[in-house]
Design a protein around this ligand. Structure first.
Ligand code: FAD
Length: 491
């Protein structure tokens, strides 16, 4: 019997397949739907596929990688997201080897740091004697830029990588300000810590979250020369380039970090679909149905959320109520960083001030990158985190370059006309990210962080925000591996 128009309409209604651009598109069926083609989603897909399952990865953007992004500029490729791979990144290093990507020693040594504080230039070497230094006791020796991280580190009692989740340390699920006040720190030390604190702010981030990062960073140091963090060499000043087992302390991927997710996606072939923004997830205990913004429907036995919670909270989820996971999805805060990538003439040779510096103003930090020649063009970055990043996001991206160039010229008149913009990225304004990385507010480790990974019916949770013992890209890969194992054991 030939199909007529009435049959077609009845079939479409029966399967509730949405009509797209005037035509019906059949729902696709797979074993596992993975939402998001960042490192976590791609790693989960590769491992599931290796085990004989049929995953499909739905990615909202027109390219894979998420927070691993290489932007092409007149100065060549610039990694505006992740770039640094440590010696302890077992999964990332293994993937690079398997996918034929070359790791090269990072060439991003920062030139000497100073600080601009209360409208005065501070020489880090003489800060302890400065009349502006109102700190007391040992605090006086800590330079303004390092106050936050040094005090976070000073009180860290954690030893094991997962101690941050151990209920033994539940009392530390407080803010850094609360900790520093309880330990009797001076108002100025607390003010300086607020300017340089890792995370969202001195009040907005749980100390346990900060210590997780700190303990994992300590492992990288042990894999190197075993030394303590270098006191006044933050962010790469005086990097350790010595190779151990063929790897420097920090490596980059030759040609840009995005080559890693691109190679993973190439390996997965047509299991990765671009421009597929997921809008809705419907679940039972046995299956999931996922609908994209363009109306296309995918069915599967399992679904993996590999998107940041800033994005998952915008997806409509129909499922059995799950108050703890819903609290995590809707309330987990995200930190931000906004970074401006520049080419500069070495204006510090003219004004005699430190090439790199931190400020208590809107610029946050200026990182001057060593070109190993001294003279001629240098790469540089303006790096805003915490409250400085929040404030700059409010200005909108168009206004930022003139505003920051003027601020730089106000602090360093010698820079005027000698700075060129290569690219700018504000992660809070990226609609597919809405932040640069997960955070946990004081009280949230105890409230939900320990238990939020329990699958919600057939949905499993991946992404750097679901880390247990890793950080950065390695935590995204770790989470992809975990969900793959969870699903394989259920399937
Ligand atoms: C500025 C910056 C610098 C960093 N530097 C380093 C570093 O040097 N070293 C390091 O190890 N780590 C670094 N990181 C951290 C690292 O980038 C992340 O931990 C990691 O890339 C996160 O991967 P993910 O898979 O969890 O998430 P993501 O990479 O965010 O992937 C999520 C994906 O989901 C997609 N998506 C969102 N919404 C939807 C939707 N509705 N439907 C379908 N898809 C959707 C997004 O487009 C994205 O591709 C940095 C991060 C930033 C922002």
């Amino acid at each position: 019997m030939a199909l007529n128009r009435r049959h077609l309409l009845a079939a479409a209604a029966a399967s509730a397949v949405p009509l797209i651009h005037g035509g019906a598109k059949a729902a696709e069926s797979h074993d596992v739907i993975i939402i998001g083609a960042g490192l976590s989603g791609l790693n989960a897909a590769m491992l599931l596929k290796e085990q004989g399952l049929r995953p499909i990865v739905l990615e909202a953007a027109s390219e894979v990688g998420g927070r691993v992004k290489t932007v092409q500029t007149v100065e060549g490729g610039i990694d505006v997201g992740a770039s640094q791979i440590g010696r302890g990144y077992a999964r990332a290093i293994d993937l690079c080897q398997r996918l034929g990507l070359k790791l090269v020693t990072e060439d991003r040594d920062l030139l000497t740091f100073g600080a601009h504080y209360k409208d005065t230039w501070i020489d880090n070497k003489t800060w302890s004697q400065s009349p502006l230094n109102q700190c007391v006791g040992e605090e006086r020796e800590i330079t303004p830029l390092m106050m936050g991280s040094r005090l976070v580190s000073k009180y860290n009692p954690l030893v094991e990588l997962d101690d941050w989740l151990n209920p033994r340390f539940a009392q530390y699920d407080i803010s850094l300000r609360q900790l520093l006040q309880a330990r009797g720190h001076s108002p100025q030390a607390i003010e300086l810590a607020a300017l340089s604190t890792p995370g969202i702010s001195i009040d907005g981030t749980s100390v346990l979250r900060m210590w997780q990062e700190e303990v994992r960073g300590g492992l990288e140091r042990k894999l190197g020369d075993g030394g303590a963090p270098r006191k006044d060499h933050p962010f790469g000043e005086g990097n350790d380039h010595k190779e151990i087992g063929g790897l420097a302390a920090i490596s980059n991927i030759e040609g840009g970090c995005q080559r890693l997710p691109l190679a993973m996606a190439a390996h997965l072939g047509d299991a990765v679909r671009l421009n597929k923004a997921v809008a809705r997830i419907e679940m039972t205990d046995r299956s999931a149905r996922v609908t994209c913004e363009d109306g296309q429907v995918f069915n599967a036995r399992f679904v993996v959320s590999a998107v940041p919670f800033t994005r998952l909270r915008k997806i409509s989820i129909e499922a059995k109520p799950n108050p703890l996971v819903t609290q995590a999805i809707t309330q987990m805060p995200y930190a931000n960083t906004a970074r401006m990538y520049l080419t500069v003439e070495p204006f510090w040779l003219d004004d005699g001030l430190p090439p790199s510096f931190s400020t208590d103003g809107p610029m946050g930090m200026f990182w001057a990158i060593d070109n190993h020649k001294g003279t001629g063009a240098h790469r540089a970055m303006i790096v805003m985190v915490g409250p400085a990043a929040t404030a700059i996001s409010a200005r909108g991206p168009e206004a930022v370059a003139p505003y920051l160039f003027e601020e730089l010229a106000r602090l360093r008149p010698a820079s005027r006309g000698r700075v060129r913009l290569n690219t700018y990225k504000d992660w809070a304004l990226d609609p597919l990210q809405l932040g640069c990385g997960f955070s946990l507010a004081p009280g949230q480790v105890n409230a939900f962080a320990r238990d939020m990974l329990t699958p919600w019916q057939v949905m499993h949770f991946a992404g750097e925000h679901t880390r247990r013992i890793e950080f950065g890209m390695e935590s995204a890969l770790e989470s992809g591996e975990r969900v793959a194992l969870e699903i394989i054991s259920r399937a």
